[in-house]
Design a protein around this ligand. Structure first.
Ligand code: SF4
Length: 381
């Protein structure tokens, strides 16, 4: 029986994809090995969020090269976010690769092989339409695709019948599930409620979603929480512009839904938020946090923040610092800006904050944001 080894870099979405990639291999008669030295095929599920993540992939391939220098090496398949490079570029950059596997080919419904027998991660959407200027996801994972509700509910029902009690719904914009046909710019307008006028919805959008409709993600949460045996539902990662009032109300009244809310802010400076194309302001983000705190007093928050975005001044950085203090996050994943080839920020803005300043800012934010949370604090990026 041929053996496969799946190496995963990066976020929970990649880990979840790897569970389904492994499922695909096992359904084709492979067995899993936990030792890449013994494998017939090695699948590398890559991360591109920062240059350092891609460097780790290169390092792993060099180890394989070294070990198999004088013996036949396994077939090497590359998947995940490094597929934002064109096939030719990948082959030039990583000559060890024999094949590439677009993640969409594995599909949402391929049976996942999960190590955990109590908690499960369920992909509900993939890709992104938001085009934050620093982010590679819309290029690496493509446009947003939502998995049908019936398929998600069926997978959770099956898991519940196997004894699983906790599920985490996953998506790059998990709370935008079902809204890919509605323009992001329009939904971002909803967040800025003071300036929002429902009549400004273009007619080709209003056929899909009206402000008075129940947001699709709320409908999904209600459907999943009705499943017998499921005691806790988490979701990850939310974005601020689709965090509707109805979603806050649903979390408030539904005791199965996790009180931990991960809401990436990326910067506390309005000037930088605009350059990032985040579509909200510091004020509207804080107003959302306050609204959640009012309706869900036991809510706890996580966030992602980038330091050293092009042109970030001391004042911009201090805005991020004060926002962190104002919100009181339980955990903050702080990243030093790293230009990703092909993104708008790489094309438009020089990477002009020095590595030294990025490191200093990273240390200051990490100390403030994560000082009470040493067990879960992120490793230096
Ligand atoms: S950071 Fe922006 S572009 Fe990247 S996945 Fe999140 S919402 Fe999409």
């Amino acid at each position: 029986m041929p053996q496969v080894f799946v190496k995963t870099f990066g976020c929970q979405a990649n880990k979840s994809d790897s569970e389904r990639i492994l499922g695909d291999y096992l359904s084709r008669g492979y067995s899993e090995t936990s030792n890449w030295h013994e494998a017939d095929e090695v699948v590398i599920n890559t991360c591109s969020v920062r240059q350092s993540a891609e460097d780790r992939v290169t390092g792993f391939l060099l180890n394989i090269d070294k070990y198999f220098a004088d013996k036949p090496r396994p077939k090497i398949i590359l998947t995940g976010c490094m597929l934002h490079f064109k096939e030719k570029e990948i082959m030039a950059l990583l000559p060890q690769i024999d094949e590439i596997l677009p993640i969409g080919e594995v599909g949402f419904n391929q049976k996942a092989i999960r190590k955990d027998k109590d908690k499960a991660f369920i992909p509900i959407s993939s890709g992104c339409n938001s085009f934050c200027t620093f982010c590679i996801v819309p290029f690496s994972r493509g446009r947003e695709r939502s998995r049908p509700l019936v398929d998600i509910v069926k997978e959770v029902e099956d898991l519940a019948s196997e004894g699983y009690t906790e599920v985490t719904l996953l998506g790059q914009n998990v709370n935008s599930w079902g809204l890919e046909k509605v323009g992001v710019a329009l939904r971002k307008l909803f967040m800025d409620k003071e300036n929002f006028n429902g009549e400004t919805i273009p007619s080709n959008q209003s056929q899909y979603f009206k402000p008075q409709d129940t947001p699709p993600f709320v409908t999904l949460l209600r459907a999943v929480s009705k499943i017998n045996g499921i005691k806790k539902i988490s979701f990850f990662t939310s974005n601020p512009w689709d965090f509707w009032d109805e979603l806050i109300d649903e979390i408030a009244v539904n005791s199965k839904i996790d009180r931990f809310i991960h809401l990436p802010v990326q910067s506390g400076s309005n000037r930088i938020l605009k350059l990032m194309n985040r579509g909200y302001t510091r004020e509207s983000y804080l107003s959302l946090i306050n609204q959640i705190k009012t309706k869900i007093p036991d809510a706890i928050f996580g966030t992602d923040i980038i330091v050293g975005f092009p042109g970030e001044t001391d004042d911009d950085f201090n805005d991020s610092l004060s926002l962190i203090k104002d919100v009181g996050f339980k955990v903050a994943f702080i990243a030093r800006y790293s230009p990703r080839p092909g993104t708008a920020s790489d094309r438009l803005f020089p990477d002009d904050v020095s590595a030294k300043v990025k490191k200093e800012r990273w240390e200051i934010l990490d100390q403030i944001a994560n000082k009470d949370n040493l067990k879960t604090r992120p490793i230096v990026p």
